[in-house]
Design a protein around this ligand. Structure first.
Ligand code: ATP
Length: 133
């Protein structure tokens, strides 16, 4: 089977790279998108969610927070704010981030509501993806 190379880049640099991807499943703002080698070139916005990477003898989930994907015929470039593989996620840290965001949302303390909502979304996403490992 012809494979595809995949790279995930964040402002901290390249976080993840494989050149043996058989199928990548992405969560775009318009819904789920499966990409295999030879996919029609396109660009899509990604929501905070996961990338599921399937290769010959397994699969892996990577938590991402919002960004873009560029699909080329043999290559997938994912440009996101943050990315962690399911095994890299620090669950305790995500629980603390979730509690912090919830307390900002509960207490009417002039905190930036949208910022707290986004932080809660990232924390919930990391907790979900950590379960998928
Ligand atoms: P926190 O308040 O714990 O920093 P956050 O959602 O504000 O959470 P981000 O700004 O999304 O954190 O990410 C900052 C950096 O920390 C990124 O490099 C991200 O990959 C990493 N990171 C954040 N939370 C976790 C986690 N639970 N496990 C592993 N890495 C994390």
């Amino acid at each position: 089977m012809n494979t595809l190379s995949l790279e995930i880049v964040t402002p901290n640099g390249s976080i993840y790279e494989r050149d043996d991807v058989e199928l990548a499943v992405l969560q775009t703002t318009a819904g789920e998108m499966g990409v295999m080698n030879g996919h029609i070139p396109t660009v899509s916005a990604l929501k905070t969610g996961y990338v599921k990477v399937n290769f010959h003898n397994g699969n892996e989930y990577v938590a991402v927070s919002d960004g873009f994907v560029e699909v080329r015929q043999h290559q997938l470039s994912i440009i996101v704010q943050t990315a962690e593989t399911a095994t890299e996620i620090d669950v305790e840290r995500a629980k603390l981030a979730k509690a912090r965001a919830e307390s900002h949302l509960d207490n009417d303390d002039n905190s930036d509501i949208n910022r707290a909502k986004r932080a809660l979304e990232r924390a919930n996403n990391r907790l979900r993806v950590a379960e998928l490992k």
